[in-house]
Design a protein around this ligand. Structure first.
Ligand code: ATP
Ligand code: MG
Length: 339
């Protein structure tokens, strides 16, 4: 593994600003993350925690109301924020590809499968129609679509949900990107197809040396697919590090709550647990730690001062006062004094 990460996000912040500018949603707030070539990073967090906004920020494919307001995104040594729109178009699909939450939203019902799978190859590599078509057949085969020679001329409505998801996967890998971002790619699939699709992604990753960012609500999938994990809460990464170490000893109370009711690490059906209370409104965050109102471990300081992101051991960070050296000991003394 090279020591230079493939992608590093440094203090990235993305906000949605309402037309009058009266309401600012801090969807991604000071996120620092990195991923090595060939690695797999899982991103988990409750609905609305900013996972998709983070992914769309990396591709600079944000809706008009969104603004990247701070930070850097270094991909293969270059800051993606310094690139022009034309340069970004060359990055998207070619070096970084994304598989969206809903496969139907990524496929055009009016165009044949061959046309859509071959398009990035024509656009990015200037391939002729005939050779792009041929490559499309090979790609359908590589995502394990049976009878690819017939399927390539068909249209999205003639495919099952699982096949459509595979086709979107084929489009994603068509130009052999270095990084593939998959945003909840299995939510619309039944369990068997889901497992097959995950195995396929893993095979493709191995065969092509892809790095993968995997956004999911499913911790079973994280355990199966990912070597690194970032836990998001209210737009921030509250804990990150190697999956095995976070699963065996979660540092942040939110991560602990998420993992709390998991019977087995390998249970594919296990989704994020409901945690008491509501996630905060990202346009009016409480002072201090955003998780404090729901946190069973919160101390007075958590409600007034936002915790820093601290290194808790090699390659691991948490954004929690209790992870700051000395604070937990003081808190424990205070708790025992009160008791
Ligand atoms: P889910 O798990 O439901 O997909 P998520 O973690 O992907 O959620 P995002 O879609 O990134 O969350 O949303 C983060 C925050 O940004 C939410 O508070 C959401 O309401 C807000 N948001 C998302 N899209 C827009 C938009 N186009 N305009 C304004 N606010 C938005
Ligand atoms: Mg999302």
């Amino acid at each position: 593994m090279s020591s230079q990460p493939l992608l590093s996000l440094e203090n990235l912040s993305t906000h949605y600003v309402s037309q009058q500018g009266a309401r600012v949603v801090r969807a991604v707030d000071d996120v620092t993350l990195s991923l090595h070539a060939g690695g797999t990073l899982g991103i988990v967090g409750e609905s609305g925690s900013g996972k998709s906004t983070l992914a769309l920020s990396i591709l600079r494919l944000l809706p008009p109301a969104a603004r990247i307001v701070g930070g850097r995104m270094i991909f293969e040594g270059e800051n993606l924020l310094d690139k022009s729109d034309t340069e970004m178009r060359r990055v998207r699909g070619k070096r970084i590809a994304m598989i969206l939450q809903d496969p139907m939203a990524s496929l055009n019902p009016l165009f044949s499968i061959g046309n859509q799978v071959g398009e990035p190859i024509r656009v990015h590599e200037g391939a002729s129609r005939a050779s792009a078509w041929e490559r499309a057949v090979a790609l359908l085969k590589s995502v394990r679509i049976a009878s690819p020679e017939t399927r390539v001329s068909q249209f999205p409505h003639e495919m099952s949900g699982g096949m459509r998801q595979r086709i979107v996967g084929a489009i994603g890998i068509s130009c052999e990107p270095r990084l593939l971002i998959a945003d909840e790619p299995t939510t619309s699939l039944d369990l068997t197809i889901q497992a097959q699709y995950l195995n396929l992604l893993r095979d493709l990753q191995r065969e092509h040396g892809l790095a993968l960012i995997f956004i999911t609500h499913n911790l079973g999938i994280v355990a199966k697919m990912c070597d690194q994990l970032a836990v998001m809460y209210a737009g921030q990464v509250v804990e990150q590090g190697p999956v095995s170490r976070i699963f065996s000893a979660p540092a942040h109370p939110y991560t602990r709550a998420l993992l709390g009711s998991i019977p087995r690490m390998t249970d594919n059906r296990q989704h994020l647990t409901a945690i008491e209370g509501q996630p905060p409104d990202l346009s009016s965050l409480p002072p201090g730690c955003a998780f404090a109102p729901r946190c069973p471990m919160a101390i007075a300081r958590c409600r007034v001062e936002a915790p820093p992101e601290v290194a808790i051991d090699e390659g691991r960070t948490a954004r929690c006062w209790l992870a700051v050296p000395g604070v937990e000991a003081t808190a424990a003394t205070m708790r025992s004094n009160v008791a």
